[in-house]
Structures are given as C-alpha cells and as structure tokens.
Design a binder for this molecule. Structure first.
Ligand SMILES: NC(=O)c1ccc[n+]([C@@H]2O[C@H](COP(=O)([O-])OP(=O)(O)OC[C@H]3O[C@@H](n4cnc5c(N)ncnc54)[C@H](OP(=O)(O)O)[C@@H]3O)[C@@H](O)[C@H]2O)c1
Length: 244
C-alpha cells in the first residue's frame, strides 16, 4: 500500500474525522503527526496508536496561528525526516441565520476554516517543493455544494477553500498532489459548536438520524493517499445515502 511509511500531518486530529483518519492511516503503516488544541486528546490518541504498533507524534496546534502550523510541519520533518501529506481537516461550524448577526461566529469560521487552511499551505508548500513531492488534502463540505440556509457563512468559508484548492492544484505542477474531500453529515462533535439553539437542535437531529460514521470519511481520505504518485484524486464527495 502507498500509505505504508508515509508521513502525514493532520489538523483537527483530536476528534471526529481527524481522529478516525489518524487511526486508520496509522494502522495502514503511516507515521502520523497530530495537531489540534486539546492536548489530552492528542496525547491519548498518540498513545493508542503507539500501543497498537504504529508511530505518532503530536503537538498542540491552533490553526488560527501561522506559527503553530509551521511548528507542526517542522515536527514531521524533525521526527520523521519529511512530510508527505498535509490533511487540513480542522474546522468549526457555529452556523446560524444571517439575520442573527453573530459576527464573532462568522469571524471564527473565517479564521479556522479558511485562514487555518492557508497557514497549512504556507507551512507545507516550501517543504513539498524542496522534496519534489507532497500532497495537500483539504476537508471541505457538501454545505458548499448544495447551499442550505442557515449554513451560508460556513458554506462560504468552505467554498473559499474549494476555490483555493483548485488554484493550488493548477499551480502545483507535475509533482505535487492536491485533493479535496467534501463530506456530508457525519456523526461527530461538530454540532457542539453551534450556538443558535434551533439550528443546533435541527442539525443534531439530522446527524443522529443519518450521519455517517467518521470512519467512512477516513476511508475516502485513505483511498486518496493510497494512490500511486502519478494519480491525483482531486475531489471526493461522500454523503449519507439519505441526505438530499
Ligand atoms: N461532521 C460533519 O457533518 C461534517 C460535514 C462536512 C464537513 N465537515 C468538516 O470536517 C472537519 C472535521 O470536523 P468533524 O466533523 O470531525 O468535527 P469535530 O469532531 O468537531 O472535529 C473538529 C476538529 O477541529 C479541531 N479544531 C477546531 N478549531 C481548531 C483550531 N482553532 N485549531 C486547531 N484545531 C481546531 C478540533 O480540535 P480542538 O478542539 O482540540 O482544537 C477537532 O479536532 C471540519 O473541517 C468540518 O467542517 C464535517
């Protein structure tokens, strides 16, 4: 498998899709570098991976801070000698109707969902150029494909990443791979960041009824990583069958 021996850094590795992806890829033989803000969760995950025979390193990472992404990429290079894949997965969705004017939530989504991905690109691109190889995988959302109120601002941040990802793909040249994964409803802690009570209840209900296991998305990410170097799977959309 092409996963075996690869060095991957994953943001938002402390829970949900990021955690499931780290576990699955480590089981496949990847060396995983885990980033998120919750240190306890990262420490426990790294220990679980190690005790199952895998290799993991972790570092407290707030993706809204450029230096934190640089440190995460540097950890991969010092601990494991290189970075093959950066999975920009950290994201938040404090969604609400626009009329509520929850401007602080809008700003937080721009900072985490958009700037966080850009800081990852800024940290990893020079390393990928130096190596002559590397793979960006950005976790986006079906929210940006079918625009459903009140997810507009969240969808906007995700579609900004979709646009940037395509531009990056075009500029990447023949040796770097660039992929986007757009999940639909997934059963994670994601709805916990929703402050607007009615929206939180509605999304929570939907996730409970039809949400995919995070392992389904991890499987899609593993598929993208596992391709031979000349095969760049650019986009995967993965929804529950019951999601419209
Ligand atoms: N669940 C869904 O239905 C769904 C659907 C489509 C797309 N997505 C996307 O999937 C990705 C993962 O979400 P999830 O569903 O797995 O939700 P989750 O369980 O809430 O995971 C979100 C992750 O992002 C991290 N994070 C949040 N703010 C951060 C920051 N400032 N710096 C670093 N890490 C930060 C969290 O870690 P810490 O709190 O420890 O920092 C956590 O590990 C997100 O980009 C989300 O937009 C989710």
């Amino acid at each position: 498998m092409a996963i075996d021996g690869k060095v991957l850094a994953i943001t938002g590795a402390s829970s949900g899709i990021g955690r499931a992806t780290a576990l699955m890829l480590a089981r496949g033989g990847a060396k995983v570098v885990l980033g998120a803000r919750r240190e306890d969760a990262l420490r426990t995950l790294a220990a679980d991976i190690s005790s199952a025979g895998g290799e993991a390193a972790w570092q407290a990472t707030d993706v809204t801070r450029r230096a934190d992404l640089q440190n995460l990429v540097e950890l991969a290079c010092t601990r494991f000698g290189r970075l093959d894949v950066l999975i920009s997965n950290a994201g938040i969705g404090p969604i609400s109707p626009i009329d509520e004017l929850r401007v602080d939530d809008w700003q937080a989504m721009v900072e985490v969902n958009m700037l966080g991905v850009l800081y990852g690109i800024a940290a990893a691109l020079p390393v990928f150029r130096r190596q002559g190889a590397g793979h960006f995988i950005n976790v986006i959302s079906t929210s940006g494909l079918r625009i459903v109120s009140p997810q507009g601002i969240y969808a906007g941040t995700k579609n900004a990443v979709r646009t940037i990802t395509e531009a990056l793909r075009q500029e990447a040249g023949p040796h770097l791979r660039v992929s986007e994964i757009s999940p639909g409803m997934v059963a994670t802690d994601f709805a916990a960041s929703i402050q607007h009570p009615a929206t939180r209840a509605a999304i929570g209900r939907q996730v409970e009824e039809i949400g995919l296991a995070p392992e389904a998305v991890a499987g899609a990410i593993a598929f993208v990583v596992d391709q031979p170097p000349e095969v760049d799977v650019n986009s995967i959309v993965i929804r529950p069958t019951a999601q419209n």
